[in-house]
Write a protein that binds this ligand. Structure first.
Ligand code: SF4
Length: 379
């Protein structure tokens, strides 16, 4: 089934490291944007895109930006738009990305009543000094309170995002945040490595403050140390950066890694369907204008070549702990992975980074540290 992604490009403040498609919250712009989003979704159903109105979907994902800045009734309207344009499965997963400072128990209860059944909180760290260096608006206490409020509002599927390799962060600091996250017993955790982009304000602040990132070996120790603690706490790692309790994996994100199909709505959103990939126009106001004039917001529409589809399937599939099923690749793409890539993969198998288990090819945990090098074999 399809996944539906809805992009919400508004934030209360812009974090110094952020590289996402987002801008500062403006109430008027937000109202016009939600109207446009609704029109785009309903139009996709009417236009018969994705196999005609009524194509089946089982995930709706509000990503951003900060989707929790929308009002619960706006979220309800957008879910209703998805239901009118697509056949949404009864067992749907409806995720809302939320920043801890934007929620209260009553707002969360209203999001739940609107149809959201999974929350993904951008926590990043449980240390105040690290949150300040990242220019985040919340405190560690606010993050803990947000999780408690979500539980009180009835959410039984909560994910927390944490970021490692932060400026001035030591391995012990990072593991402290991981322990605090585990103590909150979320169903799902995503652990990301901070990437400092060349034009990010953080880069300048790091120079001014003489802040540095720990050596590479420490970054590896952070990753392996966190995963060991999460194993011990009963979480299952299912992707390079993601762990979950049993049956609590992110159905939506699995579509990206499992060679699935999804439609993205809103400015800058990406879609992949029937071997065609496209991206919506990035600017929020241009997006609203396009939709208002009943024009397509899609730019960069491209039919993928069979080679690109194969490369993507292998590249993203290898992110999963279960790896790639080479028989399924043979059936779908007519390519014998061993014959074509075997000689290039062999050194990684010998080095203990890759393992071959029957028809499956997967990274070892050690190999996940070198995932990029291994994946370049396929692209
Ligand atoms: S809240 Fe998220 S999307 Fe918004 S500026 Fe910060 S990192 Fe970027």
């Amino acid at each position: 089934m399809l996944g539906l992604y809805l992009h919400v490009p508004f934030c209360s403040a812009i974090c110094n490291y952020c590289n996402f498609n987002r801008g500062l919250f403006e109430a008027d712009l937000k109202v016009r944007y939600v109207d446009a989003l609704e029109v785009e979704i309903v139009g996709a159903g009417q236009a018969g895109r994705a196999g005609g109105a009524g194509a089946a979907a089982d995930t709706i994902y509000f990503g951003g930006g900060t989707p929790s800045l929308l009002e619960p009734d706006e979220i309800a309207r957008l879910i209703a738009a998805c239901e009118s344009a697509f056949a949404i499965d009864v067992d749907r997963e409806v995720t809302l990305e939320a920043n801890p400072e934007t929620v209260t128990e009553s707002r969360l209860a209203a999001f739940r009543a609107a149809g959201v059944n999974r929350l993904s909180f951008g926590v990043q760290s449980f240390r105040e000094d690290e949150l300040r260096r990242l220019s985040r608006l919340h405190s560690a206490d606010r993050a803990r309170a947000a999780v408690a409020e979500a539980r009180a509002a009835g959410f039984d599927n909560i994910s927390l995002d944490l970021m490692m390799w932060l400026p001035e962060q030591q391995v012990s600091h990072w593991l402290e945040s991981v322990d605090q996250a585990i103590a909150l017993a979320p169903e799902h955790l995503s652990l990301y490595l901070l990437e400092v982009y060349p034009n990010a304000p953080l880069k300048e602040e790091m120079l001014r403050g003489k802040w540095s990132q720990a050596p590479d070996d420490d970054a590896a120790a952070m990753y392996l140390g966190a995963m060991a603690r999460l194993d011990e706490a009963g979480y299952e790692q299912y992707e390079i950066s993601n762990v979950a309790r049993p049956r609590r994996r992110s159905d939506h994100n699995l579509k990206y890694w499992n060679d699935g199909e999804w439609l993205g709505f809103g400015c800058g959103a990406h879609s992949t369907m029937d071997g065609v990939r496209w991206k919506n126009i990035s600017s929020t106001s241009d997006y609203i204008d396009q939709v208002r004039r009943a024009k397509s917001a899609a730019v960069d529409v491209r039919r993928l070549t069979p080679e690109e589809r194969l490369g993507d399937a292998l590249f993203t599939g290898l992110r999963l702990v279960d790896g790639i099923d080479v028989n399924a690749i043979q059936t779908r793409y007519g390519v014998d992975v061993w014959r074509r890539y075997g000689p290039d993969l062999e050194p990684f198998i010998e080095a203990g980074c890759l393992r071959r288990d029957g028809a499956r090819l997967h990274l070892t945990r050690q190999g996940m540290l070198l995932a990029h090098e291994v994946m370049t074999v396929f692209v």
